[in-house]
Design a protein around this ligand. Structure first.
Ligand code: NAD
Ligand code: WQD
Length: 366
């Protein structure tokens, strides 16, 4: 039995692929649209290997409204969108801001326009904790609640907060329009999911993060050190006001994050709340040194690192207050940092070339 149909933009990417899997496992039909800019089509095979169901895949660009129209026309049953497709490199976003606004903001506008034409009225959006900027500037805002004023400090973050506004304005306009026409106005709904630091891989070792080019994030870099692709990890600053001097982040297992999308979508479909933002994080902060220790433990040896200066734009502490998602969505993280490290290491060992290789033999023969 199919419970609903979802268009997943960016569904071959890291978080999108895990969410597509979670949706299929929950009996949703899944259609993916991705231009493969930062992902591989092989992920579709891996999803099928894990759950026995295959998402439908379209190679298309979200800025191409006609291509989106065609997908909705071919799948009139789609009644929801989960929107991951975006450019996400913080440093690059400052170098080519127009490209970031074109894809992240322009692509979201095309998507909303196409959804509106085809009467698809539920959208779950990948926002980011980065919209808060440096929350330590406010007293009593760590861990960060959703009502913390937003104030992104880089172009990428500003594209995310802009899309939050675009979605909010559009949904409010659609609801007002429906009310004026004498309808309930409950039809359009949106979830703005502000993720903290996604981490980990599938425990099978079949799916994980596959960054093309040089990774930016801590855990993929640590994995490269562990597998011998990188000599050492550079620790960006040990002069923060934390217990060991390194910066604090809230790392969340990607399987928990994927479930967060499923519960948020179900909440939109059942509660019709209009637009709401939810933090998806564990509520637990870990320092860079703690992460090195945790990952070294699963690898079984100390991983080399060197402390260097702070990275521009980094902040001391980004830890979520996830109470709202805990209470309203009945969602909380279940997996630990240790799980994320162990699963990442299994994925890295099994797939040193990411998706640019066949699945590990035992899975193909199984
Ligand atoms: P990802 O790069 O693995 O996935 C994004 C996907 O979007 C890729 O498959 C890429 O090919 C696709 N894409 C990019 N531009 C496109 C376009 N114009 N048309 C169609 N597809 C396009 O990234 P991810 O880590 O899975 O992130 C998913 C979403 O979550 C993004 O919106 C990102 O900004 C957001 N996010 C990520 C993190 C993180 O640390 N990974 C944290 C918070 C928010
Ligand atoms: C984590 C910690 C670094 C690399 C970024 C984006 C954010 C969101 C998630 C999309 C920090 C330290 C890192 C290294 C290090 N993405 N570090 N050496 O910066 O918290 O968040 O990804 O929305 O927008 O900004 O994540 O993994 O890069 O860094 O010491 O080589 O690890 O300084 O304290 P970050 P990260």
């Amino acid at each position: 039995m199919v419970v609903g149909s979802v268009l997943v933009t960016g569904g071959t990417g890291y978080i999108g692929s895990f969410t597509a899997l979670a949706l299929l496992e929950a009996d949703y039909k899944v259609v993916i649209v991705d231009n493969l800019y930062n992902s591989s089509k092989e992920v579709v095979n891996r999803i099928e290997l894990i759950c026995g169901k295959r998402p439908e895949f379209y190679e298309a660009d979200i800025t191409d409204e006609a291509a989106l129209d065609k997908i909705f026309q071919e799948h009139p049953d789609i009644d929801n969108v989960i929107h991951f497709a975006a450019l996400k490199a913080v440093g690059e976003s400052g170098e080519i801001p127009l490209e970031y606004y074109r894809v992240n903001v322009g692509g979201s506008v095309s998507l909303l326009r196409s959804m509106t034409k085809h009467n698809v009225t539920n959208i779950v959006f990948s926002s980011s904790a980065t919209v808060y900027g440096d929350a330590t500037r406010f007293p009593n805002m760590i861990p960060i609640p959703e009502h913390c004023p937003i104030g992104p400090t880089n172009t990428y973050g500003r594209t995310k907060s802009t899309v939050e506004s675009v979605i909010t304005d559009h949904i409010e306009a659609q609801r007002n329009k429906a009310r004026k026409a004498g309808k309930s106005g409950e039809q359009w709904n949106g979830a703005l999911l502000r993720y903290f630091n996604p981490a980990g891989a599938h425990p099978s070792g079949l799916m994980g993060e596959n960054p093309l080019g040089v990774p930016y994030n801590l855990l993929p870099l640590l994995a490269q050190v562990a597998i011998g692709k990188r000599e050492k990890l550079l620790v960006f600053g040990d002069d923060y006001k934390s217990k060991d001097g390194t910066a604090i982040r809230d790392y969340i297992h990607v399987l928990d994050l994927a479930k967060g999308h499923l519960v948020a979508l179900n909440y939109l479909r059942e509660q019709h709340p209009g637009v709401k933002a939810w933090n998806l994080g564990s509520g637990r902060g870990s320092t860079v040194f703690e992460m090195i220790k945790a990952f070294s433990k699963v690898v079984g040896r100390d991983l080399p690192y060197e402390v260097v200066g702070r990275r521009q734009g980094d902040v001391l502490d980004l830890t979520a207050n996830p109470s709202l998602a805990n209470e309203e969505l009945k969602w909380k993280t279940e997996l630990t940092l240790e799980d994320a490290c162990a699963d990442l290491w299994k994925w890295t060992e099994n797939n040193p070339e990411g998706y640019n290789q066949d699945p590990p033999k035992e899975f193909v023969d199984a």
